[in-house]
Ligand binder design. Structure first.
Ligand code: PLP
Length: 559
């Protein structure tokens, strides 16, 4: 057991006695001070708290005259629970109940022999793992979901109110928006960090401004981790969003007026794949392809035939609302035949690719673009992966081609997210997302609803509510919203409704899976969806589902 110990000038003598007495049983690291020259207690509290927060020490001991200033400082650190103890009994209880890991002693309050007894009791008492104490300790940690932003309560209460409302909404509702997820606290910490203060035009090692060493380190981590995670030659982690990542590829490769062949928006494509209202549709000649009208799946033979006629410069695949596995190997064959650039926008499925739950486009595609906030579950942002031969063109297209200073705080959060994906649990998460989606989809299908393409292979599915119940996607989504279930209206292939009404809803399981839900919960949610859609005017059913949904999510807290 490693114990970090520190004091101020008032606690130096007691510290020396404890170090001497505890050294035989514990690995003691003395953070000072060495003598009784007047000093500032927070300096030593911070050093010891850092050791405990980072996990380099198992316990901390802090001593000043009262122990109070030490505990106040140490408790500012995450994963630190500092307790002032003046007798053996409280030392035991705070270990058992609160899981305290830093002992604060007042040199004026306890004599040396009592202090030693307190320290021994503290260090040797195990944490009580029973449910009620575990729950209360969890609530201490949980308070941080709000307290992380609590300075705003005073500095900007209006903005704080918005953050608090979002926190409450996430706590109470079931989020099935297929393009959303829930970020980890670690990601949010990096995203809100001082790295946002730095201008860093350029790339690590080649910046326009001085003072970029810290942000260089963060960006290099993001780049190398992205390459390792996806097996890519090169990564550019600077695009501010998924649309910007796509723009970077177009700018790096083709000229205005050149032809891009892409899945049309109303079939599941994305705005930035050539919609007339988007820059992509205004600058380039867009030739859309569709899914097969019968199977509602990609038809690779038809795609090949069309591509051979159209001769696009870029063949773009990837979608915002396509529930099936995409055959990237087959698309590579088409691109080789046509002699065009293969570009894959894996914004939606990137997490499944990272976790091995969907085949990777990276070995085949010249360029792979993605967002970092959908199934990947990181900060809102974009990224491009490419083959080495395109690295220079890509980097120049992003900067100076289309962006100025990168958001280094967000890039650092991307790095945190990539590291999270290297853990085995996260790989299991990707498989669970697919299983959860399938479980939820099956219930709705069994209740008589038509599922676009007959099912799902990934993190989302589309319900054709028009042909099933004669209602629009807009009205279906509104009814579910009233029941505490958040989905979005979505066009289905060859939709006869307008994009504002639509015939479908899109349902995804990434966020629910992040909360820890598994198949039994997904079956419940699927049942509720069918209950609500069976009669969207029935407000009693909506109220009942809303109550049951809130009870369910209470057991699956948002990280
Ligand atoms: C979400 C999405 C994007 C764009 O993401 P933004 O970050 O909102 O610009 C691009 N492509 C696809 C396929 C998407 O689903």
């Amino acid at each position: 057991m490693k114990v970090a110990i520190g004091s101020d000038h008032g606690g130096v003598e007691l510290k020396a006695e404890l170090v001497k007495a505890l050294s035989s049983a514990y690995e003691m690291t003395d953070f000072g001070p060495a003598d009784t020259t007047s000093c500032d207690y927070p300096d030593y509290a911070i050093a010891v708290a850092k050791a405990v927060a980072s996990g380099t020490a198992d316990f901390g001991i802090l001593i000043c005259r009262s122990g109070i200033g030490m505990s106040m400082t140490a408790n500012r650190f995450q994963n630190v629970r500092a307790a002032i103890c003046a007798n053996v009994e409280t030392a035991k209880v705070t270990r058992q109940h609160n899981g305290a890991n830093v002992l604060c002693l007042g040199a004026d309050a306890v004599a040396a022999d009592l202090a030693l007894e307190i320290a021994k009791a503290f260090l040797s008492t195990p944490v009580d793992e029973s449910e009620r104490h575990a729950r209360r300790r969890w609530k201490i940690e949980r308070a941080q979901r709000l307290s992380d932003c609590s300075g705003l309560m005073h500095d900007d209460p209006e903005v704080f109110a918005a953050i608090e409302a979002q926190t409450k909404q996430e706590d109470a509702e079931i989020n099935l928006i297929a393009s959303e997820n829930t970020s980890s606290r670690a990601c949010r910490e990096a995203a809100g960090s001082v790295l946002m203060n730095k201008y860093a035009e350029g790339y690590p090692g080649k910046r326009w401004y001085s003072g970029c060493l810290p942000v260089d380190a963060a960006e290099e981590l993001a780049r190398t981790r992205a390459c390792k995670l996806f097996g890519a030659d090169h990564a550019n982690v600077q695009p501010h969003c998924g649309s910007a990542a796509n723009m970077a590829v177009y700018f790096a490769t083709i000229k205005p007026g050149d032809t891009i062949m892409s899945l049309s928006l109303d079939q599941g494509g994305h705005l930035s794949h050539g919609s007339p209202v988007n820059f992509s549709g205004k600058i380039y000649n867009i030739v859309p392809y569709t899914v097969d009208p019968k199977t509602e799946m990609l038809d690779y033979d038809a795609m090949e035939k069309q591509a051979m006629e159209v001769k696009p410069k870029i063949l773009l695949t990837g979608a915002s609302a396509y529930p099936r596995t995409i055959d990237f190997k087959r698309i590579r064959e088409i691109c080789d035949k046509v002699g065009c650039i293969m570009m894959v926008d894996m914004a939606h499925i990137a997490g499944l690719v990272a976790g091995g739950a969907h085949p990777s486009p990276v070995p085949y595609a010249d360029f792979v673009t993605t967002t970092t906030h959908k199934t990947l579950g990181g900060p809102r942002g974009g990224m491009v992966l490419c083959k080495e031969q395109w690295a220079k063109a890509l980097d120049s297209a992003v900067f100076p081609g289309m962006q100025g200073g990168p958001l280094e705080n967000i890039i650092a959060a991307k790095a945190v997210m990539f590291r999270e994906w290297m853990s085995p649990e996260k790989k299991g998460y990707a498989q669970q997302v697919v299983k959860n989606t399938a479980a939820m989809c099956k219930v709705i299908q069994d209740r008589g609803y038509r599922i676009v393409s007959g099912g799902t292979d990934n993190h989302l599915f589309l319900v054709d509510v028009k042909s099933s119940k004669g209602i629009t996607g807009k009205d279906a989504a509104a009814a579910l919203d009233a029941a505490g279930i958040i989905v979005n209206k979505n066009t289905i292939p060859f939709d006869t409704e307008s994009p504002f009404k639509t015939s479908g809803i899109r349902v995804g399981a990434a966020s629910a899976t992040t909360r820890g839900m598994k198949e039994p919960e997904m079956v419940k949610i699927g049942t509720w969806i069918a209950d609500v859609l069976d009669d969207i005017t029935n407000t009693e059913v909506q109220a009942r589902v809303k109550k049951e949904a809130a009870e369910l999510v209470a057991n699956f807290p948002v990280p």
